[in-house]
Design a protein. Structure first.
Length: 223
């Protein structure tokens, strides 16, 4: 049984309808209707096998769930260089936000020094989902003790009218306002984001349990 067969065996026609509404930018007939726990289980079963190695070589995939499985498998690669090589090979084929958002390679957390140049390159990509993935990695990995004030500037420079990239920029800054408020509030005070992203950032920050009530009241002044 191939990886695709394993996915198809878990498909549910009713779930196809639900998924197609979440990812309206991809053809409905490329969705098998597999739930995330099943895909993660299949990834764990395949991890480290010859079948997984062969699956990762074949791009592009046909089905939405194949792309998700691909990233789940990549996220379990333990060697940083091998993992980042697989990520770079796959990113050009990412065509929707769930594939960009659901997998985080575990090895990245222990290799921040080696990871950062890749993140900067990804953020600068013209491919929407490569840039989105880069911003998400910067948000996930570099808003803690490894944060530097220059990092949000990389995100603020991302331009374009694509909804999914603008939403990711807003998500980054809303999270940054929760974790690095003093360094990032200037982006709101000085209106350094485009108007839509500016308003969405404030909205998401005010909806967050991690942003203090005092900070929320201050941010609301800039809506």
């Amino acid at each position: 049984m191939t990886a695709t067969d394993r996915l198809a065996a878990c498909g549910n026609p009713d779930f196809v309808e639900f998924q197609s509404k979440l990812v309206p930018n991809i053809p409905k007939d490329t969705i098998l209707g597999v739930k995330t726990p099943d895909m993660r289980r299949i990834a764990k079963e395949l991890n480290g096998t010859a079948e997984a190695e062969e699956f990762l070589k074949h791009l592009p995939h046909v089905y939405y769930e194949e792309n998700l499985l691909h990233f789940f498998l990549i996220s379990m690669i333990k060697d940083f260089d091998e993992c980042v090589k697989a990520v770079e090979a796959f990113l050009p084929f990412v065509d929707c936000w769930p594939v960009s958002d659901q997998a985080t390679p575990r090895v990245f957390t222990k290799n921040h020094g080696k990871l950062l140049p890749y993140i900067k390159k990804w953020i600068g990509s013209e491919h929407v989902y490569t840039a989105r993935f880069g911003i998400r990695m910067l948000m996930s990995e570099f808003l803690g003790s490894d944060f530097l004030p220059e990092y949000p500037e990389w995100v603020a420079k991302v331009t374009g009218e694509d909804y999914y990239i603008k939403m990711m920029v807003a998500w980054y800054f809303a999270t940054a306002l929760a974790k690095q408020y003093d360094a990032c509030v200037c982006y709101i005070e000085e209106r350094r984001l485009d108007p839509w992203t500016h308003k969405k950032t404030i909205q998401k920050a005010c909806e967050s349990f991690r942003v203090s009530e005092e900070h929320k009241e201050y941010l609301k002044q800039f809506r």
